[in-house]
Design a protein around this ligand. Structure first.
Ligand SMILES: Nc1ncnc2c1ncn2[C@@H]1O[C@H](COP(=O)(O)OP(=O)(O)OP(=O)(O)O)[C@@H](O)[C@H]1O
Length: 239
């Protein structure tokens, strides 16, 4: 069995008056792992914990054997949030150069990251003039700087056309083939089939963990959306 890059144990997170994660445990190994669940189930909150951006009530989160948020993990983790986190008034290349200096990674990494997200032809363009899909790929390029071992991507394909979505999924698989753990959240169940492994989440808990085939077989469902509904119905009958 492959060694986990992420280990989460008994994690409790309270946001506002709500216990958003009521004591979740999971591991993430190299490969493409999909974190799927309805809006508000806690996907972003869990991802924020992995990158050390979320205050936690109790439990532990380790990445590559270090506590989440450690300085040593700064270049080992790439994180893309739901909103683009780059400067609109700088060009693609200027943004990448700026973030490469902040992270202390070398210049070669900038060209590689720009080319891997397919923006080489736009690198002299100001980010504010790019399309939505191109802008989100600039954020992704920043996350790729320094070739991280863990990529945490919060709904990276929302609003992208089918060709771009396909290209991005191919990219996630290429990165996974190089040994990275790629954790991708989505509430679109049809993206599930593209993952090596799925974590189905509901109300702050993992309700299923396995490959798409395993989850379909276990529930007798034709697709992951139906599997999710069956799991939810099963939970409700027990409750
Ligand atoms: N800043 C905040 N203060 C209080 N509660 C919050 C805050 N941010 C999120 N929450 C609550 O935490 C819960 C989980 O939110 P989270 O953003 O993690 O869900 P999600 O699964 O990522 O949803 P989506 O798919 O819509 O992005 C929700 O009930 C939400 O209302």
């Amino acid at each position: 069995m492959m060694k986990n890059i992420v280990e989460v144990r008994d994690l409790v997170v309270v946001r506002g008056a709500r216990e958003v994660l009521p004591g979740i445990s999971l591991g993430v190994a190299p490969g493409v792992t999909g974190l799927l669940g309805p809006s508000g189930c806690g996907k972003t909150t869990l991802m924020r914990c992995l990158v050390g951006a979320q205050q936690v009530r109790s439990g532990t989160v380790e990445v590559l054997g270090e506590p989440a948020g450690s300085a040593a993990l700064r270049t080992r983790i790439g994180y893309v949030t739901q909103s683009a986190s780059v400067y609109d008034d700088l060009t693609v290349a200027e943004n990448l150069t700026f973030f490469s200096r902040v992270l202390g990674v070398d210049r070669r990494s900038v060209d590689e990251a720009i080319s891997v997200v397919g923006l080489a032809d736009h690198q002299r363009q100001v980010v504010g003039n790019l399309s939505g899909g191109q802008r989100s790929r600039v954020s992704l390029a920043v996350a790729l700087l320094g070739t991280p071992d863990l990529l945490v991507l919060d709904e990276p394909t929302v609003g992208l056309d089918p060709v771009l979505r396909r290209d991005l999924w191919e990219l996630f698989h290429r990165l996974a083939d190089l040994g990275a753990a790629v954790l991708v959240s989505s509430h679109v169940m049809d993206e599930a089939e593209r993952c090596h492994r799925l974590l189905l989440m509901r109300e702050g808990r993992i309700i299923a963990d396995g490959s798409p085939d395993e989850i379909r077989e276990r529930t007798g469902a034709a697709d992951i959306e139906q599997a999710f509904l069956r799991l939810v119905e099963g939970q409700e009958e027990v409750a």
